[in-house]
Design a protein around this ligand. Structure first.
Ligand SMILES: Nc1ncnc2c1ncn2[C@@H]1O[C@H](COP(=O)(O)OP(=O)(O)O)[C@@H](O)[C@H]1O
Ligand code: SF4
Ligand SMILES: [Mg+2]
Length: 334
């Protein structure tokens, strides 16, 4: 069995729009080992959900893969016909969609919605579906009598547990969890994250967590990809990246969350806006907001540097960054 379950190579997925292409996923590469957790983190609009949806090939007709490979267990998903993709989608890779709990059908009991997912995807008989739905409810910490509830009768945390049960319907190997806790309060967020991690251990799942919050990713993931403007700008093991980030954007992102670096007194909210992906800036996409940008940054796209083993940064000055200095410059900007 291959250790690497998923290998994404130079993936480009654009959306056709009035006036050109929105470069939502613009040349990203990463690997996910079997049974491990990977986090995609970055501001809203940087392309995180588009990466997740690309992996399942669940995209609108305006979307187009421009280049790249998505090797899942050695097979390039981009080469598969719709019928073969259906054998993988939900069965081997499933997804917890952003805002999914708001998409539960309000007029159907949640147990019936889960049973429907079972009969459609697993091809089980109705009586078997009921038994399996009860098992799934218990697996995600819901009592069986909750099957008769309508979505409005459940708390946010309970609804998210139903959504997680739906993602588990076909015993997938990989789950993509897109902002699974964003709408929940902090205590419930923690419980949901714990649940996902428990399920991961129990069933040897591989998980891609997507979040705009560096602290959520820090607490749950072994490896992190930091996205900015449709690209991965830094990626590394969680320890390495939090100990010493090698990209100015990562530094700004991490220092907006006091729980990660307790000694920082001032929160940083990065001024300016993320790039317009219809017409992104030349060179480094972070240059218009980067406190240490130089002429070269606006002219040339930064190459990928391996700053330490397995730790990559796409910054012209990755090897000479002064984290403290950048941090105080960022504080000065806010
Ligand atoms: N269905 C779509 N059609 C056109 N543009 C889209 C679509 N979905 C997302 N986008 C655009 O793609 C970019 C990345 O969006 P998204 O993947 O949702 O980012 P994130 O999940 O990081 O917030 C944004 O510029 C967004 O406006
Ligand atoms: S390449 Fe230049 S603009 Fe981009 S992050 Fe590095 S220093 Fe800043
Ligand atoms: Mg998103």
């Amino acid at each position: 069995m291959k250790m690497v379950l998923l290998e994404v190579r130079d993936l480009k997925m654009y959306y056709r729009a009035f006036g050109g292409w929105i470069r939502a996923v613009d040349g990203i590469s990463f690997e996910l080992e079997r049974g491990s957790t990977l986090g995609l983190v970055g501001e809203s609009g940087c392309g995180k959900s588009s990466v997740g949806l690309s992996l399942l090939k669940l995209l609108p007709p305006t979307a187009k893969f421009m280049s790249g490979e998505i090797l899942f267990d050695g097979t390039d998903l981009l080469n598969l016909c719709p019928e073969d993709i259906r054998k993988i989608r939900w069965k081997r890779i499933s997804m917890i969609f952003q805002n999914a709990m708001n998409a539960l059908d309000p007029v159907k009991k949640v147990g019936d919605q889960l049973m429907e997912a079972l009969t459609v995807n697993v091809n089980v008989r109705k009586d078997e579906a009921k038994k399996k739905a009860v098992e799934l409810f218990e697996r995600v910490g819901l009592s069986a009598d909750r099957m008769n509830s309508y979505p409005h009768e459940l708390s946010g945390g309970m609804k998210q547990r139903v959504i997680i049960a739906m993602a588990l319907v076909c015993n997938p190997e990989l789950i993509i969890a897109d902002e699974p806790t964003t709408a929940l309060d902090v205590v419930v967020q923690d419980q949901i994250m714990q649940l996902i991690l428990e399920l991961k251990e129990k069933f040897n799942l591989s998980i891609i967590f997507i979040s705009h919050s560096a602290s959520v990713i820090a607490e749950t993931c072994e490896r992190i990809c930091v996205m900015y403007g449709g690209k991965i700008v830094e990626q590394a093991d969680v320890r390495s990246i939090f100990k010493s980030p090698y990209h100015p954007y990562t530094i700004s992102l991490f220092y907006s969350y006091p729980s990660i670096v307790g000694e920082v007194k001032k929160l940083i909210s990065l001024p300016g806006a993320p790039p317009n992906l219809l017409n992104p800036p030349a060179g480094c996409r972070f240059a218009p907001r980067c406190p240490i940008a130089k002429k070269v940054c606006k002219a040339e796209e930064p190459p990928k540097f391996e700053v330490k083993k397995g730790h990559y940064s796409h910054c012209h000055f990755a090897m000479e960054l002064d984290v403290r200095k950048i941090q105080s410059m960022l504080e000065g900007l806010t």
